[in-house]
Design a protein around this ligand. Structure first.
Ligand code: UD1
Ligand code: CA
Length: 460
């Protein structure tokens, strides 16, 4: 059964401190493969929620808002973190006012949750015509998960570990609560004000809704998802590392299956938004993050770090290169030890060799900077050759200035080009020059002390 028949609003509970992370950052901003936990939750919810998504924030609220400033998200403040049930109360009126029939409530610390699990929750809960549905896991290691108490097979309550008393609830079950719920607005609303904080933590628990619903003879349905590790929350650095590793493996596997060549796959880290065409070749260890796109037959050698960059087909990134917000054209070669900073563009067949740094600079088709060079705020014409040790002096201490170098120009080694400056097409700059004035097309510029050879005094 598909979810679009019902109007569903969602609430992400993300206000908690995350005390067990030992970090200043709010837990939902902790990252897996370079993306914050909360972004993963949005990614699972966005395709299936038409009724709006509200995120309850509190601890580090401004940091969370800032991290998602470009995404037009709806936030609800929970000033004091009085528990997951209280967090739900904070958002309830906004969601109900939107006209949603159901509210999907999800813990914000569940980054690996898949859209398919949420669809299963919606499909099973609505098919059973239940008022309350929630996802359960069946685990040998139950850790701190809330225990699902069933009576004659029917869900009776969720009991938190600290409150679990075998005399009352019987032997501990292996079935636990994943922290993802579907609540029917009309029938669950009256239960909200009845949540109490008379428990071991002194908190209002969202999980108490289940027991209250059973008492009111509402229909409660546990959606069993076995031991799906994607549904386990992240509470500690160790759990974060485990989730990240599991995600890493899933992503690498999916690229391998689609025809990407990955050597030493166990040491390759690829972010969830990276796209790679089949036939590209990647050697681990290697890190590819953000919205990086890699074309077919591109080769990335080991020990490279790439973020938000475009690597066109058949380009080559040699070992130990660092590339951020840059573009490497078809057939272009960069590295080893290249540093391409934001705004670095290498057009087709351009070359950058070892210890070359580029920032806001373009090397046009076939241009080369093979060794030990800094190109900042520069435009280098096609097939120009930048000699070893060339520096564009782009910063005068206050402002940045541009250096323009024409097609087929030749810049001799160890030249300093003091911007703003323009070197014409096919111009030649003598080695060791400090260029402060424009050089016209075809001119030869030499700007260095003339060599004098003097006879040594005491030489016979
Ligand atoms: C919760 C469940 C537990 C379940 C587990 C699954 C409760 C009481 N227990 O426990 O049954 O097995 O998740 O992972 O719900 N939050 C707020 N405001 C608050 C408190 C928490 O927004 O006042 C948010 C947190 O930021 C977090 C989520 O709610 O994202 C869950 O809180 P957490 O403290 O991690 O609950 P668990 O102890 O994991
Ligand atoms: Ca948790």
């Amino acid at each position: 059964m598909s979810s679009h028949k019902y109007s569903i609003g969602a609430v992400i509970l993300a206000a908690g401190k995350g005390t067990r992370m030992f970090s200043h950052k709010p837990k939902v901003l902790q990252e897996l493969l370079g993306e914050p936990i909360l972004r993963f939750v949005y990614r699972a919810l966005d395709p299936i929620i038409q009724g709006g998504i509200w995120t309850v924030i509190g601890h580090g609220a401004q940091l969370v808002r800032d991290a998602f400033a470009e995404e037009q998200r709806s936030f609800v403040m929970q000033e004091e973190q009085l528990g997951t049930g209280h967090a739900l109360q904070c958002a309830w009126d906004d969601i109900a006012a939107s006209g949603a029939e159901f509210i999907l409530a999800i813990n914000g610390d569940t980054p690996l949750v898949q859209q398919s699990a949420l669809e299963k929750l919606v499909a099973e809960t609505t098919a059973a015509q239940a008022d309350v549905g929630f996802i359960t896991l069946t685990l040998d290691e139950k850790n701190a998960f809330g225990r699902v108490v069933r009576v004659k097979g029917k869900v009776n309550a969720i009991v938190e570990v600290k409150d679990y008393d075998e005399n009352t609830f019987g032997p501990e079950p292996n079935e636990v609560n994943a922290g993802i719920y579907l609540l029917k607005v009309a029938t669950v609303a009256p239960l909200l004000s009845r949540l109490s904080n008379a428990n071991a933590n002194g908190e209002y628990y969202i999980t108490d809704i289940i027991g209250l619903a059973v008492t009111e003879e509402l229909h409660v349905h546990g959606v069993e998802c076995g031991h799906d590790t994607n549904l386990m929350g992240v509470n500690t650095p160790a759990e974060l590392a485990r989730s990240e590793e599991s995600l890493r493996r899933q992503i690498v596997e999916s690229h391998l299956e689609r025809g990407v060549h990955i050597h030493a796959p166990e040491s390759v880290r690829i972010g969830p938004e990276v796209t790679i065409e089949p036939g590209a070749i990647i050697h681990g260890p290697c890190e590819l993050y953000g919205k990086t796109a890699i074309g077919a037959e591109a080769v990335i050698h080991s020990h490279c770090w790439v973020k938000n960059s475009v690597l066109h087909p058949a380009c080559e990134l040699r070992n130990f290169s660092h590339v951020e917000q840059a573009e490497i054209g078809t057939g272009a070669v960069a590295g080893p030890y290249a540093r391409l900073r934001p705004g670095a563009v290498m057009e087709e067949d351009a070359r950058v060799g070892n210890f070359v740094e580029m920032k806001k600079a373009i090397l046009r088709k076939g241009a080369k900077a093979s060794h030990l060079t800094y190109l900042g705020d520069a435009d280098v014409g096609s097939e120009a050759n930048i000699g070893a040790g060339t520096i564009t002096c782009n910063y005068d201490g206050i402002n940045k200035h541009r250096t323009i170098i024409g097609a087929k120009a030749f810049i001799g080694s160890n030249s300093a080009l003091v911007a703003p400056v323009k070197i014409g097409d096919e111009a030649l700059v003598g080695a060791g020059s400090v260029i402060t004035k424009d050089v016209e097309d075809g001119e030869l510029a030499i700007a260095r002390g003339r060599q004098k050879n003097l006879r040594k005094k005491r030489h016979p």
